[in-house]
Design a protein around this ligand. Structure first.
Ligand code: UT7
Length: 334
């Protein structure tokens, strides 16, 4: 016995940015972006903050679950772009919605939402009768260099949340990591401590320069990440079906990380599942990192896509390089 999903919610940022909008600020085109990624537009934060979206998506998920914030036992936020370094996004969310439970964030990039599910699974093993709010939220627009066409065009912002309750929904979950700090990374600022000693014993001056600040943008070796994405997605889906004691063909829907439509198309060509089983929204959401899966789940669920008993497979990958997969039976009465 682990958990079942008892509520979902998501909230998109207010600003729509089309490929033509991007072509006005960098050397790219709608044709290139659509053919190379499947993305037509993405949502970007306007006046609102990522915390605002997290609060709204969480309240929607709680309402859907019929759970009051004070009934929550734990809040886990998966994000690499919170509004504060400290306190965590989870702590700010806890206060804003009026919850009283422990709360924290995890950093596992795009795979973070499934990493959070694995933590929740352990929590349910220890304290069976719990209610856990799991959030995936990202403001990648804060992290990308908007002059760098090789990276900026694929990302968008967003937030999604689920409420988990005791149940038999989760059938299998598996996390992976292939440590790599060059393929996809963003650094903290180097700092400007004027009294730090250099190696030769001299007192260092201020170390922050415009170049050092620029170095804090997100860097991505697109091809390398692409190859990792395709191989990990195919491997993880096969492994997770096996771990759940089923055939991959038993899966009704795959909810893959929305990184690039071509990555999903590769998986479709290599795995024995019909293309219509792969759900997607990348065309109008872009790649929203840790938010991609909870947003996708909430959107399709609210469209009435899932029936009780449907088998859903989740797969994600990202900076780390992390990857994760899960199989869950949809057991919420609609
Ligand atoms: O969610 C986190 C995980 N991230 C991912 O999964 C991303 C995985 N990677 C990708 O999705 C792809 O690598 C990208 C979409 C980022 C790039 O596509 P690509 O097919 O790997 O392009 P590339 O970097 O190999 O570049 C091919 C050409 C280059 O021009 P030359 O050297 O052949 O003349 C680039 O300069 O395309 C050029 N290019 C662009 N042209 C117009 C790169 N970005 C753009 C652009 N617009 N935005």
């Amino acid at each position: 016995m682990s958990f079942s999903i008892i509520g979902t919610g998501s909230k998109a940022p207010s600003q729509v940015k089309t490929n033509d909008d991007l072509a006005r600020i960098m050397d790219t085109s709608d044709e290139w972006i659509r053919s190379k990624t499947g993305i037509r537009e993405r949502r970007i934060l306007g006046e609102e903050t990522i915390t605002d979206l997290v609060v709204e998506s969480s309240l929607l998920a709680l309402e859907d679950a019929g759970v009051q914030p004070k009934e929550l036992d734990l809040i886990i936020c998966a994000t690499v772009t919170p509004d504060y370094i400290t306190p965590s996004m989870g702590c700010v969310l806890q206060r804003r919605i009026g919850a009283v439970c422990p709360a924290f964030d995890i950093s596992a990039a795009c795979a973070g939402f499934l990493y959070a599910w694995d933590i929740a699974d352990g929590y349910f093993a220890r304290k069976l009768d719990s209610k856990i709010l799991v959030v995936g939220a990202e403001a990648v627009s804060k992290l990308v260099d908007w002059r760098d066409r090789t990276t900026a065009v694929i990302f968008g912002d967003g937030a999604g949340a689920v409420v988990l309750g005791r149940g038999n929904g989760l059938k299998a979950i598996r996390l992976n990591n292939r440590g790599d700090e060059t393929a996809l990374f963003a650094r903290y600022q180097k700092g400007n401590c004027p009294i730090r000693r250099s190696q030769n014993g001299e007192t260092a001056g201020h170390t922050t320069t415009p170049e050092a600040d620029a170095d804090t943008f997100l860097h991505m070796e697109g091809q390398k990440v692409f190859q990792f994405a395709v191989s990990s997605m195919c491997r993880d889906l096969k492994n997770i079906a096996k771990q759940a004691g089923m055939e991959l063909e038993d899966v009704d829907y795959v909810l893959p990380h929305q990184a690039n439509q071509r990555i999903i198309d590769y998986a479709i060509s290599r795995l024995p599942l019909a293309p219509e089983k792969y759900l997607g929204n990348i065309a109008y959401r872009g790649n929203t990192s840790a938010a991609a899966i909870p947003v996708l789940l909430d959107e399709f669920r609210r469209k009435g896509q899932f029936r009780k008993g449907d088998i859903l497979a989740f797969t994600s990958f990202g900076a780390g390089l992390t990857s994760a997969a899960a199989i869950l039976e949809w057991d919420k009465e609609e």
